[in-house]
Ligand binder design. Structure first.
Ligand code: BTN
Length: 254
């Protein structure tokens, strides 16, 4: 990781052998007032978590499990922009480092051939109408074999090794991801979200597809038309209404 050249993200890097969740470690650092840009990696997590309260499997040395602390001057409602930017950066890094052809699923899953290979968990702390800090937790299934996934996950999850047919150097991939994220963080903070969103939309397999989305108890069905300026997904329902989706689980229909 010593070859890393970035402005903000990764200027302070801490590596743990094992943690509960790297998001927890970064949250403690955030509360202690640590500057933005710190990145915490763990070789394994005992309580890795995904979006929507799911468990995130984090076996030792097989993947990249890390979290980034950011303190952007954004309104809490614009936080989706950062998630979109992080997904775009993750996409670029994975594509260039491994040669596989990934796609983005809204808002921030990276898929290969329809199976998930990486995800981002964004956690926000806000006060009144200001962001105090944001934690971006990134999980990439790098060198897991197919047999490392429990049977129920094999149809929906995969690894870069399985898809590319070769072991991937985790340190080189980590450097590339942090460099790409640093670049996109700067783009969002300097008001260039539109150009990031354009790049995101080009690689997002969700736009133009029929989707079913569960938001709490509500089920929304329709066609994912485009991305709103703040990163929300705009879905045209069968009744012709345009719904703004800011969270939830998207299922891509055939
Ligand atoms: C998702 O559900 O797609 C998000 C997965 C995020 C997993 C990463 S691994 C590092 C960080 N620590 C966690 O507990 N979760 C995130």
């Amino acid at each position: 990781l010593s070859s890393l050249k970035t402005e903000v993200i990764g200027r302070d890097i801490r590596v743990f052998e094992e943690t509960t969740s790297t998001n927890d470690v970064v949250e403690r650092l955030a509360r202690d007032g640590v500057k933005e840009g710190v990145v915490v990696f763990a070789e394994s997590q005992t309580k890795g978590r995904g979006r929507l309260g799911r468990i995130w499997m984090s076996p030792a040395r097989q993947g990249l499990w890390f979290s980034i602390l950011l303190r952007p001057q954004l309104r809490p409602t614009s936080v989706t922009q950062l998630t979109i930017a992080a997904a775009t950066a993750l996409f670029r890094a994975i594509r260039s480092q491994t040669g596989v052809r990934p796609e983005i699923k809204w808002p921030n899953d990276i898929l290969i051939d329809g199976k998930k290979v990486a995800g981002i968990l964004t956690e926000l702390s806000a006060e009144l109408d200001k962001v105090k800090y944001i934690i971006l937790g990134v999980g990439v299934d790098v060198n897991l074999s197919a047999a490392d996934f429990p049977p129920e996950l094999r149809k929906i999850a995969t690894s870069l090794k399985v898809e590319s047919g070769q072991r991937i150097n985790r340190a080189e991939l980590a450097v590339r991801i942090l460099q790409e994220m640093d670049r996109d963080y700067e783009r969002v903070c300097s008001g260039q979200f539109e150009s990031v969103a354009g790049e995101w939309a080009e690689h997002c397999s969700t736009i133009g597809r029929n989707v079913t989305i569960h938001v709490g108890d509500r089920k929304i069905q329709g066609c994912a038309e485009s991305l709103d300026t703040d990163g929300a997904l705009l879905v045209r329902t069968q009744h012709g209404h345009l719904e703004r989706i800011i969270g939830g689980d998207v299922k891509l229909e055939k």
